[in-house]
Design a protein around this ligand. Structure first.
Ligand code: ATP
Length: 292
């Protein structure tokens, strides 16, 4: 086997709480993460050029050098396992960039999973996740996927009852938001309202999705929505179009809405596209379907 293709799936946050800022500058988080079925595709081919990692594809503005998270992931694995030869890696990018949907982390996760298959390393997802955290805090989750509680800086994962196939409308406004800017402007010690993550977990475990949606909260909205108040109106619009829960994902600016029926989600996305051209429908996805 000389080539392997692997999908890397995007995520949304159903809950995101920041507990405190640690001495090392990282934030201690409690997040409910959910895979959605939009993905990038990473194709890795073995080459004879010893030690060379060559990256192609992607999209405008995305670095194809050592700054790319795919490159970092491949380099870590090449060195850790003394992989022979080199790699040519092609990225087909669909996940919107700097959108709060962990696109870069999904690509890194796909790279770890692809290398595991290509070089027949037989590492478990948990073992891959230990390398993943060296690339980024969301990478371990993107390797594991599905409905998960993520704690620590995001790397301590507890799978929850899986929320499969719930229609989701995602609206990605035309501007990007840097995760660094949002965390840099968050005053974790001054947060007054924290989402009740434990109650939300209980609702998910009881498959009471309406209750889980009513408990959704994301403290990063304090920073991103203060800078871009139009995100609040996107949440409102999604609700008025039938969503049973809408919120900003991650550090934003993507806003998502959960729907009971796919046809209603499609109708809502269609209407949202008048004001927000980058509005689309996807669905929540199971861990077990994330293999290829
Ligand atoms: P998160 O939800 O984890 O905060 P995000 O969705 O907001 O992430 P990304 O799309 O992951 O943001 O990209 C953030 C930055 O990471 C970009 O500005 C980009 O330059 C850098 N980056 C490095 N590698 C990649 C990659 N493979 N795909 C996307 N972005 C990448």
């Amino acid at each position: 086997m000389d080539t392997v293709t692997q999908k890397g799936y995007a995520k949304i946050n159903l809950g995101l709480d920041v507990l405190r800022k640690r001495q090392d500058g990282y934030h201690e988080l409690r997040m409910i993460m959910q895979t959605v079925d939009i993905f990038d595709t990473v194709t890795i081919t073995k080459t004879d050029e010893e030690g060379r990692i060559e990256l192609t594809g992607g999209c405008t503005g995305l670095p194809l050098d050592e700054h790319n998270l795919i490159y970092k992931a491949a380099r870590i694995m090449a060195e850790a396992y003394h992989l022979p030869g080199g790699m040519r890696i092609h990225l087909d990018k669909t996940i919107p960039m700097a959108a709060g949907m962990a696109g870069g982390s999904a690509d890194a996760a796909a790279t770890f999973l692809a290398i595991n298959r290509l070089y027949e390393l037989h590492l478990s997802k948990e073992e891959l996740a230990k390398y993943g955290v060296k690339v980024g805090a969301d990478v371990p989750y993107c390797i594991v996927g599905g409905t998960c509680l993520a704690e620590g800086i995001g790397e301590i994962l507890t799978p929850l009852k899986q929320m499969n196939d719930i229609p989701v409308v995602i609206v990605k406004p035309a501007f990007d938001v840097s995760t660094g800017y949002v965390y840099g402007n968050l005053h974790a010690d001054e947060l007054k309202n924290h989402p009740d993550i434990d109650a939300q977990i209980a609702a998910i475990e009881a498959s009471d999705y309406k209750k889980a949606a009513s408990l959704m909260g994301n403290v990063l909205q304090n920073v991103t929505i203060a800078a871009y108040p139009e995100l609040d109106s996107i949440k409102e619009q999604l609700r008025s179009l039938g969503s049973f829960g809408s919120m900003m994902s991650g550090s934003g600016p993507s806003v998502f809405g959960l729907f009971e029926e796919k046809s209603k989600a499609e109708e809502a996305a269609h209407k949202m596209q008048i004001l927000w051209p980058d509005a689309f429908v996807c669905a929540t996805k199971l861990i077990s379907n994330c293999e290829d």
